[in-house]
Design a protein around this ligand. Structure first.
Ligand code: TYM
Length: 343
C-alpha cells in the first residue's frame, strides 16, 4: 500500500489530488484497496480533496433516508481509513453547487457519441427497460468534479480509467475552444489492487451493487462474517496456491487480497502455503484482512457516535467552494455566461 517511488518523487504540496466515492452501498475491500485505503498516502505531500459524490448516487433510484445515512457513513469511513480532516478537504458533492453547474457547461462540450462509448454506462444500462439521462451524463459530472479543482492526480480503481480519460479530453477540448482554463488530470491506478474481483465469480469485479452480498467483503464486516465469506469464496481446480490470473483467477484474486493486506509479496504468499491447500490459506486470509480492518472499524464507530462528522463536512464544503466558485467564475467569463450574482 506504500506509494511507488514515482509517486514519492512527485510529492509536492502545490499539486492537487481529487477523488470521489459514491454513497450508493456499503464500501467493500475493492473500494478500500483501489481507492479509500490509498487516499491518506497523499495527504502529507499533496493538497487533497475527497468527496462523497451523492449526486452521482441518484443516477439510479435511492431511498432518501438511506442515502443521507450512507453519505455520512462514507465520510466517516474516509477518516477511519486514515484521512485527517485538518490536512485534507472532505466534503459532500451536493453541498457545493459548483459541481452540477460545471457539469452542465461540460455537457455542452461533450458529444452523445463519446458518452455512448463509456463501458460503465453500457454495463449499467444493459438489460434495463429504462435508464435515466443522469446515468448517461454521469461521466461528465465526474469530469466536473475533477476539473473544478485544477486536479493533477486522480487516485481511482481501474474501472474509472475511462472516465478520467474523458475528463482529460473535455479539459483539452474546452481549453482549445475557450482558452486555457482547466488542468489536464492524470489517473493514478494501483498496479496491484486496482481491480479486485468478486468472491463468487472471479470474472466480475467486486461491486457494491452485486445482488449477492457474499461476493464482497465489506470494510465494516465483523470478523466472523469475513471468515464465513472467505470460506464460501470460490476457488479453482487443483489445490495449489499459485498466482496465475488466467488459469487460477479465483485463487489469484485471493492472493492479491492477502498480499495487499499483509504487505507480503505474491511469491512470499505462495511459498508460505506450499502444500497446505485452500483451507489453511483462507482461514489465515480472513485473519489478516480482519486484523488490518480492525482499527478502521473501531475508528468508524467512534466517529459515528461522536457527531463530529457534521462539522467536518460543513468546513470541507466551505473550503471546496472557495476554490470551485473561483473556477466557475472563470468558466462563465470565458463561455460568455452572466455572473451578476457571483461573489
Ligand atoms: P465508486 O463509488 O464506484 O468506487 C469508489 C472507488 O473504488 C474503486 N473501486 C475498485 N477498486 C478496485 N477493485 C474494485 N472491485 C473496485 N470497485 C470500485 C473505484 O475505481 C473508485 O476509485 N465514478 C466514481 C466516483 C467518482 C469519482 C469522481 C472518482 C465521482 N466523481 C471524481 C474520482 C474522481 C465511482 O462510481 O466510484
Amino acid at each position: 500500500m506504500m506509494p511507488s517511488s514515482a509517486e514519492m518523487e512527485s510529492r509536492d504540496k502545490t499539486k492537487r489530488v481529487f477523488s470521489g466515492v459514491q454513497p450508493s452501498g456499503s464500501l467493500h475491500i475493492g473500494n478500500y484497496l483501489g481507492a479509500i485505503g490509498r487516499f491518506s498516502l497523499f495527504q502529507e505531500g499533496y493538497d487533497c480533496f475527497y468527496s462523497v459524490v451523492d449526486l452521482h448516487a441518484i443516477t439510479v433510484p435511492q431511498d432518501p433516508v438511506e442515502l443521507r445515512r450512507r453519505t455520512v457513513a462514507t465520510a466517516a469511513l474516509f477518516i477511519a481509513a486514515g484521512l485527517d480532516p485538518r490536512k485534507t478537504c472532505i466534503f459532500v458533492q451536493s453541498d457545493n453547487p459548483s459541481h452540477a453547474e460545471l457539469a452542465w457547461v461540460l455537457q455542452c462540450v461533450s458529444t452523445f457519441g463519446e458518452l455512448g462509448r463509456m463501458t460503465q454506462f453500457k454495463d449499467k444500462a444493459r438489460g434495463k427497460k429504462s435508464v435515466t439521462a443522469g446515468l448517461f451524463t454521469y461521466p461528465v459530472l465526474m469530469a466536473a468534479d475533477i476539473l473544478l479543482y485544477d486536479t493533477d492526480v486522480v487516485p481511482v480503481g481501474e474501472d474509472q480509467k475511462q472516465h478520467v480519460e474523458l475528463a482529460r479530453d473535455l479539459a483539452e477540448r474546452f481549453n482549445k475552444r475557450f482558452g486555457v482554463t482547466f488542468k489536464v488530470p492524470e489517473p493514478l491506478i494501483p498496479k496491484q489492487g486496482g481491480r479486485i474481483m468478486s468472491l463468487i465469480d472471479p470474472q466480475k469485479k467486486m461491486s457494491k451493487s452485486d445482488e449477492d452480498p457474499d461476493s464482497r467483503i465489506e470494510v465494516l464486516d465483523p470478523p466472523e462474517e469475513i471468515a464465513r465469506k472467505f470460506r464460501k469464496a470460490v476457488t479453482d481446480s487443483g489445490r495449489e496456491i499459485l498466482y496465475d490470473p488466467e488459469r487460477k483467477p479465483a485463487v489469484s484474486n485471493l492472493m492479491t487480497i492477502y498480499s495487499l493486506f499483509s504487505g507480503k509479496t505474491l511469491e512470499e504468499v505462495r511459498d508460505a502455503y506450499e502444500g497446505k491447500g485452500y483451507g489453511a490459506f483462507k482461514s489465515d486470509l480472513a485473519e489478516v484482512v480482519s486484523e488490518k480492518l480492525r482499527p478502521v472499524r473501531e475508528k468508524y464507530s467512534e466517529l459515528i457516535s461522536s457527531g463530529e462528522i457534521e462539522k467536518i463536512l460543513k468546513d470541507g464544503a466551505e473550503r471546496a467552494y472557495v476554490i470551485s466558485s473561483s473556477k466557475m467564475r472563470e468558466v462563465k467569463e470565458k463561455v460568455g455566461l452572466s455572473s451578476r450574482l457571483s461573489f
